[in-house]
Design a protein around this ligand. Structure first.
Ligand SMILES: [Zn+2]
Ligand SMILES: [Zn+2]
Length: 130
């Protein structure tokens, strides 16, 4: 494969991956604006258009919009996990100190050690399932 073929194959993979991730996140109720914008960029690079009337002349504008959106969403900052019961986070633990007893594998949420007793057997069960 020459370089262009490789590049195109890689972009095609990225395109379908982003599509898939975008779809599943929409199902979960997440905001997928950054994924949609990234997808536009990949499609313009791949096919010369995003399929929605935007071509290479829009590339830089979309890129700028993507950067602005990332800043707005606080990319670069560590993803904070939040306790679903009390709202404590990685950087703001409970006053008495706590650690994660259970963490969701899909969302940045969990249950901290202070709240875990209130969840009783359920939290213990969740923990044993990782
Ligand atoms: Zn808690
Ligand atoms: Zn806590």
């Amino acid at each position: 494969m020459d370089e262009n073929t490789l590049m195109k194959a890689a972009l095609e993979e990225a395109e379908s991956e982003l599509c898939y991730v975008g779809h599943s996140l929409v199902h979960e109720g997440y905001d997928t604006a950054t994924i949609a914008l990234a997808l536009d960029l990949v499609r313009i690079a791949l096919w010369g258009g995003n399929g929605d009337g935007k071509g290479p002349e829009h590339f830089e504008a979309i890129q700028a919009a993507l950067k602005a959106k990332r800043e707005e969403e606080g990319y670069g900052e560590k993803l904070e996990r939040t306790c679903v019961a009390c709202g404590c986070t990685d950087s703001r633990a409970c006053p008495e100190g706590c650690h994660w007893v259970w963490l969701s594998t899909e969302k940045p949420v969990g249950i901290c050690s202070v709240c875990a007793p209130a969840f009783g057997a359920w939290a213990v069960g969740a923990k044993s399932h990782g």
